[in-house]
Ligand binder design. Structure first.
Ligand SMILES: Cc1cc2nc3c(=O)[nH]c(=O)nc-3n(C[C@H](O)[C@H](O)[C@H](O)COP(=O)(O)O)c2cc1C
Length: 497
């Protein structure tokens, strides 16, 4: 089922008791941020602030701040369902010639036409243009300040739409936008992002760049906005795939871009190729303030909106945060994509504490010498995973989500002299400890068991494991002997009567 819009999603959440309407008067400066963080840490509901100081618009926060709401946003009961959909899609192979097509009625052709039917569809009108003005005033929007030393109020959860001037292809990404004035915003697209690449293209042409900023859309589309889709695949098309229904797009009123017709608020404007302005500091997902730096400036020249829009926002900071929860869902969803390229990968964990860009733990089915190193280098060449500063590789029988076991394997099985692979390369713009911005060291730790062929000269010790017959006998004893009953493993809470 495809969500019509953000409001429909919020209403359903409310029906399930998973939305809290905050009626007290709350300031968008720090107060909302603190309340949202408490809701997230308590695995609490989504929040709708209805009485916002300084603005007539309600603000939705923590909307995708739990795995259950993310699954719901994707029309599923768990993230594994859409992941399986992706896995099935990746199994699809185009037919090798007309003969194959003709001998495969209902198979390949049906899949192809289903995919085509999910492409975005153009519509001439949409709720996001119920009202409009060519005198937008950003001061009237309930833009949050998340942390005390932030450089200014910042739109934190927008879908920023830009376009490649050579191909006309649109790019969509979530990039924060600091409000500088009633009509200008700082465009914090980091240097590796599609928005930054498009901006460089306009700079080379000496032309100003059109931009559209979508604040609030149906939750599946918002999720698609941050998903690491392979280059060249449109995030609006990916939203259609996740929705199981194509996403209606409407042309903007004053810029040559298209936005989801059911969006809440759309800011239209232009970026001067020569203009920059100091952006930040900003409390971002490293948990630190990112330093103030120059970024391009969006001049907002037109605003369209629903007559009663909801302003969607989020709080970044040290995990746990909404974007960390989202990051983990993205990892589960895209595991099939990673495995399509690297089939030896059994499982992958990007711990929240590693803020997606710092730490990856991967289990592999090792089948040749130095296989772990091959996987490390492949990950460093894989889309946004190129930023990973620490990669730990373990054998297939180690659960990468079990961090105690992983630490045990690293300490036991990785020799600091032999099994660390140091490289130097691009790192995320927000990375902190690298001496030069955007460049830094990375290390892969091979914590797999070592083989003779890898130059390990000694016999690898066998793990000491109990005889299964003895385990079974002691299990039975613990069940039958009341004195030993207290040694029984405690039953899981949901198994208790
Ligand atoms: C809440 C949130 C805020 C984000 N803020 C930024 C940001 O300010 N700048 C940025 O470059 N990326 C930001 N990102 C990450 C990008 O949206 C994400 O990496 C996206 O996949 C980039 O797509 P692109 O490489 O196609 O531009 C943010 C992600 C989330 C979830």
């Amino acid at each position: 089922m495809a969500w019509k819009d953000l409001k429909e999603f919020l209403e359903v959440l409310e029906g399930k008791g998973d939305l809290l309407r905050v009626k007290s008067r709350i300031s968008p400066r720090l107060e909302m941020s603190e309340i949202a963080q408490r809701a997230l840490r308590a695995d609490g509901p989504a929040l709708l602030f209805e009485n916002v100081e300084g603005s007539s618009l309600p603000v939705a926060l923590n909307v995708l701040g739990s795995p259950r709401r993310i699954a719901m946003a994707l029309g599923a009961s768990s993230i594994e369902e859409p992941a399986e959909k992706i896995r099935r899609l990746l199994r699809f192979r185009p037919p090798a010639g007309l003969g194959a097509i003709l001998s495969d009625p209902g198979g390949t052709i049906e899949q192809l036409s289903q995919l085509r039917a999910l492409a975005p569809k153009r519509v001439s009108k949409g709720p996001c243009q119920e009202e409009e003005t060519d005198r937008p005033n950003l001061e009237e929007l309930p833009i949050m300040t998340g942390w005390p030393k932030d450089g200014g109020p910042t739109i934190t959860f927008p879908l920023v739409v830009t376009k490649n001037p050579e191909t006309g292809d649109q790019a969509v990404g979530i990039y924060r936008l600091q409000r500088y004035s009633s009509t200008t915003l700082g465009a914090h697209w980091q240097t590796h992002r599609a928005g930054a690449e498009n901006f460089r293209r306009y700079q080379r042409r000496g032309e100003k760049m059109p931009v559209a900023v979508v604040i609030g859309a149906d939750p599946t589309t918002v999720f698609a906005g941050l998903a690491p889709v392979p280059e060249g695949i449109s995030r609006f098309a990916f939203a259609g795939f996740l929705r199981g229904e194509s996403l209606p797009l409407v042309p903007c009123r004053t810029v040559p871009l298209e936005v989801p017709a059911a969006s809440e608020i759309v800011l239209e404007g232009w970026v001067d190729p020569k203009e920059t302005h100091l952006e930040g500091p900003f409390g971002d997902h490293t948990g630190c303030y990112s330093l103030a730096e120059n970024f391009p400036v969006i001049h907002v020249t037109h605003l369209t909106r629903r007559s009663r829009p909801v302003f969607l926002s989020t709080v970044t900071g040290k995990p746990p945060t909404e974007d960390a929860v989202l990051g983990q869902a993205v990892t589960r969803l895209f595991l099939p994509v990673v495995q399509a390229v690297l089939p030896e990968i059994v499982d992958l964990d990007l711990p929240q504490e590693g803020i997606l860009i710092n730490v990856a733990i991967v289990s592999i089915r090792k089948s040749y010498p130095q296989h772990a190193r091959k996987v490390m280098h492949a990950i460093w060449g894989l889309g946004q995973m190129m930023f990973t500063r620490y990669i730990v590789v373990v054998d297939h029988d180690v659960d990468p989500h079990d961090h105690r076991e992983v630490l045990y394997r690293v300490g036991l099985q990785a020799d600091p002299q032999e099994d660390f692979e140091h490289v130097f390369g691009p790192v995320d713009q927000l990375s902190v400890s690298n001496r030069v911005e955007n460049q830094g060291g990375k290390v892969g730790i091979d914590a797999t068991k070592k083989w003779k062929e890898e130059g390990y000269p000694r016999a690898w010790p066998e793990e000491a494991r109990m005889d299964p017959a003895v385990v079974a006998k002691v299990d039975a004893l613990l069940r039958s002997d009341p004195d030993l009953a207290r040694l029984r493993p405690s039953s899981p809470p949901n198994a208790r009567s």
